[in-house]
Design a protein around this ligand. Structure first.
Ligand SMILES: C[S@@+](CC[C@H](N)C(=O)[O-])C[C@H]1O[C@@H](n2cnc3c(N)ncnc32)[C@H](O)[C@@H]1O
Length: 261
C-alpha cells in the first residue's frame, strides 16, 4: 500500500499525539524523510507501521523532529540586555519574580538565567524559574546538569571556572554546579496543545517559533501574552519577530524583547 505524506501526517498525529500540522510542513517532511533513510524505511506506510509498533522508532521520530540545539548564553548580547535592563527592573521591588523558559531544551537557557541571577547577587527566594519542553529525553538531560562542549562555548571563562566542573575520564563533558541545578524546575509541556499557567513576569520562548506555521505562532503569542502579568516581558530568539506587536497587546522595547502593555 502506498500513502501520501499528507495521509501519513494525519495518521502519525494520532499515533504520536502531537499536532504535526502546527509545524512548517516542508520541514516535518524533510525530517521524516531523513529519519526513514537512516532506518531503511522505504515508504510512509511502512513508517506508520513502525511508529505504531516500534517504541524505539517512535522515540527516535520525536527526537529527530524536535530540534534540541541549545547553548548557554545563546546570543550573548540579548542576555546582556536582559541582565542590564530587564532583570533589575523586575527585581526592584520585593515580589518573587516568575520566569518561564518555554521551551527549554537541554536546560542551557534557564540555567543561564540562574547563573546571571546568582551573579547579580539575588538569592533564589527572590525568583522562580520554571522550564518546560515536549521532549522527555532533553528534560532528563537538563536535570542531569551534564553538558558537552558545544553547549558551553559562550560561557565567559570566569563563570565556566566558577559553575562548571570538567568530568574526569569523559572527554569534553562538564557538570554544572548543583547549586545552579537546584534553582530551576523542569516539567513536560506541549506548548501547542496544553493550557498555560498564569502570572509570569518574564517568558523566554526562543528558537521555537521558527519551526511553526504562522497560524500556530500567532495562537501561541496570544497564549503567552494572556499569561504574562501586565508589564511582563516576552523574550524571543534572535531570528524571531512579532511584526505587529500591538495586535497582541505587546510593544517592542528592544531587539528580541516585547513588553505586555
Ligand atoms: C531549538 S530548541 C530551543 C531551546 C532554547 N529555547 C534555546 O533557544 O536555546 C526547540 C525546542 O522546542 C521543543 N519543542 C518542539 N515542539 C514543542 C512543543 N509543541 N511544546 C514544547 N516544546 C516543543 C523541542 O523539543 C526543542 O527542545
Amino acid at each position: 500500500m502506498t500513502i501520501s505524506f499528507d495521509e501519513f501526517v494525519d495518521e502519525a498525529m494520532k499515533i504520536l499525539d502531537v499536532n504535526l500540522r502546527g509545524y512548517k510542513i516542508k520541514r516535518v517532511q524533510r525530517r521524516t524523510d531523513s529519519l526513514m533513510r537512516r532506518y531503511n524505511v522505504n515508504n510512509y506506510a511502512q513508517c506508520l507501521e513502525k511508529l505504531k509498533n516500534d517504541s524505539e522508532f517512535r522515540e527516535a521520530y520525536l527526537d529527530h523532529f524536535t530540534i534540541n540545539t541549545s547553548e548557554f548564553f545563546r546570543n550573548p548580547q540579548s542576555f546582556k540586555y536582559l541582565e542590564e535592563n530587564i532583570l533589575p527592573v523586575l527585581l526592584a521591588d520585593n515580589k518573587v519574580v516568575n520566569i518561564w523558559s518555554a521551551p527549554c531544551s537541554n536546560g542551557s537557557e534557564p540555567y543561564t538565567l540562574a547563573i546571571i541571577l546568582t551573579e547579580l547577587g539575588y538569592d533564589n527566594s527572590r525568583y522562580r524559574i520554571l522550564a518546560s519542553d515536549i521532549d522527555v529525553g532533553v528534560l532528563e538531560e537538563a536535570k542531569s546538569g551534564i553538558f558537552n562542549e558545544n553547549a558551553i562555548g559562550n560561557v565567559p571563562p570566569l563563570l565556566l571556572k566558577k559553575y562548571f566542573e570538567e568530568i574526569k575520564g569523559i572527554s569534553m563533558k562538564y557538570k554544572l554546579s548543583q547549586d545552579i541545578i537546584n534553582k530551576v524546575s523542569f516539567e513536560y509541556k506541549d506548548l501547542i496543545k496544553e493550557p498555560y499557567e498564569e502570572g509570569w513576569d518574564l517568558i523566554l520562548s526562543r528558537n521555537f517559533f521558527i519551526y511553526l506555521t504562522t497560524e500556530i505562532k500567532e495562537m501561541l503569542t496570544h497564549k503567552f501574552v494572556e499569561v504574562l502579568k501586565p508589564g511582563g516581558y516576552l523574550f524571543l530568539g534572535n531570528t524571531e519577530f512579532i511584526f505587529t506587536p500591538e495586535k497582541f497587546g505587546l510593544k517592542k522595547i528592544h531587539s528580541s524583547f516585547y513588553q505586555k502593555i
